[in-house]
Structures are given as structure tokens and as C-alpha cells.
Design a protein around this ligand. Structure first.
Ligand code: LLP
Length: 392
């Protein structure tokens, strides 16, 4: 994870103007300790809820290095964010813009904002995480004219300072081309606004979405090459159109943290249904990793205590919930398993713990971080008391 942070930081420094910064999208994994690592590595953080903001504050994260997202911030969220000193609000709607102006004004503040725009791009990813198209609950569409409308409004308000634009085109993207296309659309929009309103965006935030390798056959993007290709497109567009190259923000989540995570389960049973398949049941499942149930996402697994043996078996790995769809994967090749073995699922650092639930009243597992061979307990295992602590 630290290595990935370093790659982003170095590439940003090399290819983008001063002030450009990668922000860790902490929706991918949020707990107190991770904000300390991100602060230590010098990245900013993307926050998407007051809960993430609270966790970052608790970690002592420099809140001026954050972007505050969310398509439905309540007045209370907005007040909390302004008081906390959020670096940039990423404003999703006209309602939010007016509420923010009113609340910041009441607090005697002028809040820096980016406006979330939808560039109408389909990066060929699966529908559930495809957020940059016209038909989206997020942001204001460039194609429909909503984007221009919200910019012209923002420019008239006294308590918000328009600093630029944001877009996020999707997740698990393996080519730089959709990012380059998005960058061109955003810059084209910026040029139009400059011509019509005399305002030129100083910052463009291109969101997150760099893909990661979950199984053999997927090729992980080369971060340095991707950033260089995006920067080339931005620089030539700006040169051709007499624009100043804007400061660039990006918000990688998955690609920073996914491959650092391994989930370890204990095998409980191995059940062969003749003519069908063999089920291996583990002591976790959809409560700690709902991604197969939600998106049919494929993972790689192994029997960790037999890692040096050949992968001779093909298993369907099931969790412990009372639900047939509670699977970690099907057709997973690994070593032969028996009760008591440790089954490790790889590349589970992103969108596993952060999407965990208490379904079937299963307490959330702990998080242990490992660095240079030393392990540290970062999040305690939940107790049964934790499950009932708010219940009267
Ligand atoms: N910025 C914004 C505005 C986003 O909506 C997201 C992800 C990111 C950055 C980070 O994207 P990443 O670099 O992690 O791809 N639960 C799904 C993923 C949902 C992603 C939502 N937005 C999954 O488990 O695959």
C-alpha cells in the first residue's frame, strides 16, 4: 500500500503541475490507522460521509488535504464539513451548492468547492460502478446543460469559491484511454466556460478507477505510464487552446489498497455433491466480503498452510450465512482442503472491510497490518457485546 502511494506521488510530481495531488479514496478502506498511513505517505484523502470525516479527524489527518464527496450531504453534514476545515467540497447538486453557500455564510467562512460533472463516458466497466455516464445519480451532466447551469450559479455566490471541476468515470478500468477522453471533455467544458463567463478552472479532479489484478490474465495498469499518458493529453489540449495546465487531483482507492489485503478464513467443511461440485465452507463470507454476491467478482484463493502444494482441486467457497448466494467464489482452483485449514483469499484490501455488514449477527473480523515482517493489530475483532451495544 505504501509502495502504491509512492508510485502515485512520484508520477504526480513528474507529470502534473505543482499543487497536483493524489487523494486516497477512503471508501475503499476506512479505519483510523489507514488515515495515519495516508498522512505519512503525503497523499490527500477523499471522504464520502461524515463518518469517514470523523474517522480521519480521529486519526489526526490534515483535513485541509481532503475532498468531501457525496450526492446527498445533509445540512448537518455540510456544517460539520465546513467547521472541520475540509479542503474542497465536491458539490453534487444545485441544492447542495445553495445549502453550502448559506451554511458557510452563517459560519463566516468561504468554502472552496469543486463541482462534480458527468462527462458522459462509458469506460466499459460493469454497470454497478459506472458513474460517469449521463444517466447517473451523481453530479451535473455536461451534455444536458446542467453543468453549465451549476457553474454559472456557483460564480454568483459569495460564500463558496469555485476552484474547478470533478468527474469520476467508473471503477476497475484497465486502459488510460477513458481517462484521457474524460480529461479532454472536462478541459473542453472549461474552455467553453472561460469563453462565456471568463472563468478558467484552476483544478481538475479526474476521480479514481485504476484497475487491479484479482486473478491471472488481468494486467494491472502501470501507474507511471497511465499518469504520463493522461498528462500528455492535458498538456497538448492546453497548449492548443491557450489554456494554463490545471492542477490535477485524482482519487485512487482500489488500486492503492486492494492488493495489500488478504482475508484469512478457517475451513469448516468440505462437501462433495457427486455430479455437481465440491463446497468448502469458511468462517466468514458475505458479511466480510459481499463482492461475489453483489457483482460476481472473481478472486484468487489458496490453502495457506499448504501453499507449496499444487492446486489440484476446484471448489465453490461458501460463507457461513443462511443464504445460498453467500459465496466467495465458484470454480476456485486451490490445494486440497480439510477442516482446520487456513483458506486465504487474495486482493481483498478494497471494498471488503468497508462494505462489511453484520448479516446473521456475525461480528466483523479484525484488521492486522504487516510491515517489514512485523504485525500490528489495527482493528480489534468485534465482540458479541459490540453487536448489541446500542440496543435497549
Ligand atoms: N472517486 C469517486 C467519486 C468514487 O465514486 C470512487 C469509487 C472513487 C473515487 C474510487 O474509485 P476506485 O479507485 O476505488 O476504483 N463497491 C464497488 C466499488 C465502488 C466504487 C465507487 N466509487 C466494488 O466493490 O467494486
Amino acid at each position: 500500500m505504501r509502495r502504491k502511494c509512492g508510485l502515485y506521488k512520484a508520477a504526480f510530481k513528474k507529470y502534473f503541475p505543482e499543487g497536483s495531488l493524489p487523494f486516497f479514496a477512503s471508501k475503499a478502506l476506512s479505519y483510523v490507522g489507514i488515515y495515519r498511513i495516508i498522512a505519512d505517505e503525503g497523499l490527500g484523502t477523499d471522504l464520502v460521509s461524515p463518518g469517514e470525516l470523523y474517522t480521519a479527524q480521529k486519526a489526526g489527518f490534515p483535513i485541509e488535504k481532503t475532498c468531501f464527496h457525496g450526492n446527498n450531504k445533509t445540512d448537518a453534514d455540510i456544517e460539520y464539513g465546513v467547521k472541520a476545515g475540509i479542503g474542497h467540497f465536491v458539490v453534487d447538486s444545485e441544492e447542495e451548492l445553495y445549502a453550502l453557500d448559506r451554511i458557510a455564510g452563517g459560519l463566516g467562512r468561504v468554502q472552496n468547492v469543486l463541482l462534480r460533472l458527468t462527462p458522459g463516458i462509458d469506460p466499459h466497466t460493469f454497470a454497478a460502478v459506472n458513474t460517469g455516464r449521463i444517466d447517473s445519480k451523481f453530479g451535473s451532466s455536461i451534455d444536458t446543460g446542467a453543468a453549465e447551469r451549476i457553474v454559472s450559479e456557483a460564480l454568483t455566490l459569495k460564500n463558496v469559491k469555485l476552484c474547478g471541476y470533478h468527474c469520476h468515470i467508473g471503477s476497475q478500468i484497465f486502459e488510460s484511454e477513458p481517462f484521457c477522453r474524460a480529461a479532454k471533455i472536462m478541459l473542453g467544458f472549461s474552455r467553453l466556460i472561460k469563453e462565456k463567463y471568463g472563468y478558467e478552472a484552476g483544478i481538475i479532479n479526474l476521480g479514481g478507477g485504476f484497475g487491479v489484478r484479482y486473478y491471472d490474465g488481468q494486467d494491472e495498469p502501470d501507474i507511471d505510464a497511465f499518469i504520463r499518458e493522461i498528462a500528455d493529453v492535458i498538456n497538448s489540449f492546453c497548449a492548443e487552446n491557450g489554456m494554463k495546465a490545471p492542477v490535477i487531483f485524482m482519487e485512487p482507492g482500489r488500486s492503492i489498497v486492494a492488493s495489500a489485503g488478504v482475508t484469512v478464513y478457517t475451513v469448516g467443511s468440505v462437501k462433495t455433491i457427486p455430479g455437481f461440485r465440491t463446497y468448502v465452507s469458511v468462517d466468514g463470507g458475505m458479511p466480510d466480503n459481499p463482492r461475489y454476491a453483489l457483482y460476481s467478482s472473481k478472486y484468487t484463493a489458496l490453502i495457506a498452510n499448504k501453499a507449496n502444494l499444487p492446486c489440484t482441486e476446484e471448489y465453490t467457497v461458501g460463507g457461513r450465512c443462511c443464504e445460498s448466494g453467500d459465496l466467495i467464489g465458484e470454480g476456485m482452483r486451490m490445494q486440497s482442503a480439510k477442516r482446520g485449514d487456513i483458506l486465504a483469499v487474495l486482493v481483498t484490501g478494497a471494498y471488503n472491510y468497508s462494505m462489511a455488514s453484520h448479516y446473521n449477527r456475525i461480528p466483523k473480523p479484525p484488521i492486522v497490518t504487516v510491515r517489514d515482517g512485523a504485525d500490528t493489530l489495527a482493528v480489534r475483532r468485534e465482540s458479541f457485546d459490540d453487536l448489541t451495544k446500542n440496543e435497549l
